[in-house]
Design a protein around this ligand. Sequence first.
Ligand code: AMP
Length: 277
Amino acid sequence: MKVVETLEELWKAREELPEPVGLVPTMGYLHNGHLSLVKRARKECVSVVVSIFVNPTQFSPEEDLEAYPRDIPRDLKLLESAHTDLVWMPTPEVMYPDGYQTWVEVEEVTKPLEGAVRPGHFRGVSTVVTKLFNGVLPQKAYFGQKDAQQVVVIQQMARDLNLPIEIVVVPTVRERNGLAMSSRNTYLNEEEREAATVLYRALQVAEEAYQSGERDGNTLRTILEDYIHAEPLAKIQYVSCANPLTLDELDEVTNGALLSMAVFVGKTRLIDNVILE
Ligand code: AMP
């Protein structure tokens, strides 16, 4: 496994990789969710590249950029065991040198949900993902369903900009108690970790209602809200029952839906979602 930092090092290492190349973009502090993306890429591609970059431009000033957990030696061990060929760990100066001034903005699908409560977040995401794509030139790139809106935004961007890259979406990996794996789970104390299972339990209750025939968007959103309100450590930021492509809120579910939410458990902000087929 090669580890590179600068663009020059990356280009040289990339030239030697047999294709197809699969890219897994991450912010590090890896867990089994990230590793399931790497495994999927390993299965489908001849070469696997993983990037580790805590992208400052997708954090707003009051978010957790400085506190974001990091453990590079551990990440590299895990990636080596997962048979990664190349790890790209650019520094912020490599990605955003002095005088940097070019941004990628996807419009409509970045407005609701995460975009509404994290202004500028997706501008940072779509810009850094474009730069990772342009650096690595992969044939395929792997993203987790855990970040459902991110997937929609990247797919929209790939279509709109004619990117010759297949976007592969990998299912959310969960702890045994249902909690979606996330680097931010490390912020939770024991009591909060237990309380955090309320997100997936709420999604399951709403999904059951849907399976039993409930199609009213407001009713499904209310089921999520009521269930989460019963957990004293949880505070809702938003719940949503939206069109899975446009992310517009639905009055009625006629052709599938994305049920999603952002919830604070203590000070930690967690997101989760399920797709209703
Ligand atoms: P992050 O390091 O949080 O930016 O995540 C890097 C990639 O891993 C993104 O595509 C995430 O959607 C994906 N990912 C994060 N957590 C999970 C999970 N629990 N299951 C599947 N994919 C995940």
